[in-house]
Write a protein that binds this ligand. Sequence first.
Ligand SMILES: Cc1ncc(C[n+]2csc(CCOP(=O)(O)OP(=O)(O)O)c2C)c(N)n1
Length: 326
Amino acid sequence: MKNSPSLDEQLEMHRKMVVVRRLEERLGELHKAGKTRGPIHRCDGQEAVGIGATAVLGASDFVTSTHRGHAHYIGKGVDIRGVTAEILGRATGTCGGRAGHMLIGDRDKGMIGGNAIVGGSIPAATGMALSIQVRGTADVAMCFFGDGAAQTGICHESMNMAGLWKLPVVFILEHNQFGLTVHHTVQSPVADLSLRAAGYAMPAEIVDGNDTVAMYRAVATAVERARRGEGPTLIEAKTYRMQGFSTSDMGGYQSDADLADWNRRDPIQVSRGALADSVSTERLDQIEAGAVAEVDAAVEEALAAPLPTFELFTRSSPYATAPEAV
Ligand SMILES: Cc1ncc(C[n+]2csc(CCOP(=O)(O)OP(=O)(O)O)c2C)c(N)n1
């Protein structure tokens, strides 16, 4: 079983992390300039979780995401131009400008969708996994959710069912230490939420969520297990949210010491360090500059694109081939 990324895969994960980081930075600026449609949930510092985990998947596997899903979308291969236009509410967006940044779905890419209902991604992926099991394919469903979402009742119900029926689902707990502004120590009596996996008869692994290679390895083992019909796994990715809950967050509750500590473990720098022995600094700089240019072009293109028309808003599905009456 191959559970380590190739050099090409490692470079692609690096490139995608820089794409996501640049997107987050641009969205921060655009929000300040009043050009986004509402606040944005950035994932600066958490990029390695989504990018490392989705790098393991094939095109026909499924992903369900959260309100903080930019790394999941880009990781699963949703086009950056469509994502950017969608976030900016444009007709050229992945969902025609109707979903906004929290709800992007792309059926062709296996991106079932972001989710603004905290915990909503968990039963959605569990249901996808049941569908995969019933249809008898070798696909897997992957679910991203936060430490706040881990405290919901539906998380317990979904994991219990997944463990009982050995569903092909990989649960990725993106433990960024906070639910909204609430630190995890006042949300849960245990620091390591993956302890709970034992109660669902599923294996669990705690992973350095700021290291794409560590994420890839742990997730590859979990995905293979699911494909063999041996059931779900819970991966607890320890990471940290470097920005506020959203671009509207006034901040002040994250300690300077924690921010400095996690900044030293910035996932893009960790990745650069891991690649330094095999790839020249010039090549890495070139890859990063290409990623930045791609995002900047996507932003300019999106800002120049039209807003959706009333006709588009009355269609029943973004996938419908013709407008339908409502
Ligand atoms: C069912 C539900 N309850 C409350 C909210 C409001 N809310 C939005 S995000 C959030 C915190 C989520 O924390 P976590 O799952 O850790 O994700 P993070 O924001 O840290 O990425 C809350 C309470 C919501 N959107 N849905």
